[in-house]
Design a protein around this ligand. Structure first.
Ligand SMILES: Nc1ncnc2c1ncn2[C@@H]1O[C@H](COP(=O)(O)OP(=O)(O)OP(=O)(O)O)[C@@H](O)[C@H]1O
Ligand SMILES: [Mg+2]
Length: 154
């Protein structure tokens, strides 16, 4: 299930929502802060589901506490990674229109050295594509199957 394709590109497949939560738990080890990652994928492919696992692995929140920030835009959690405090920011900018609305989120202030910023639908915005340190792209491979590709710049 875990396969490094080339450099900092990692490809995974999952067969259920639970599988994707488990994968999120493992991914937390790959995602050293600071990191601003775009979560890409069609509606309902499993972006929020993946964040549940990441949040659990960081002791930032239980999976049931991690819900979609579609209306609230931003959820903030505090956790621990490798013995150090980490801030986890989970955003969903699906409903935001235009760069000016985006600016009101104050993203530059979020990306502190201890921050992991995960943005659903972030690829909609050019400024976020520029600022991203990587992306996690989820696509359906039929039924409950998903292909999940993690690309980390560096
Ligand atoms: N392999 C899978 N990985 C992730 N989710 C899956 C999988 N198979 C089925 N599902 C189901 O698909 C749904 C994914 O919903 P989720 O809210 O995580 O999607 P999303 O990408 O965040 O959607 P949105 O763009 O609306 O925010 C969940 O109900 C989940 O149980
Ligand atoms: Mg979502």
């Amino acid at each position: 299930m875990v396969e490094a394709v080339a450099g900092k590109v990692y490809e995974f497949t999952t067969g259920s929502g639970g599988d994707t939560v488990d994968l999120g738990r493992k991914l937390a080890a790959l995602l050293a802060p600071p990191q601003l990652l775009l979560l890409r994928g069609d509606l309902g492919t499993g972006k929020t589901t993946l964040v549940k696992g990441i949040a659990e692995a960081l002791d930032a929140a239980d999976q049931d506490e991690v819900t979609s920030p579609t209306f609230t835009l931003l959820h903030e959690y505090e956790g621990t990674r490798e013995g150090k405090p980490i801030k986890l920011f989970h955003l969903d900018v699906y409903r935001l229109d235009g760069e000016r609305q985006l600016e009101t989120l104050g993203l530059d202030d979020l990306l502190t050295p201890d921050a992991l910023v995960l943005i659903e639908w972030g690829d909609k915005f050019k400024s976020l594509r520029k600022r991203a340190t990587g992306e996690i792209a989820i696509s359906s491979s039929g039924g409950d199957g998903r292909k999940i590709v993690v690309t980390l710049k560096e």
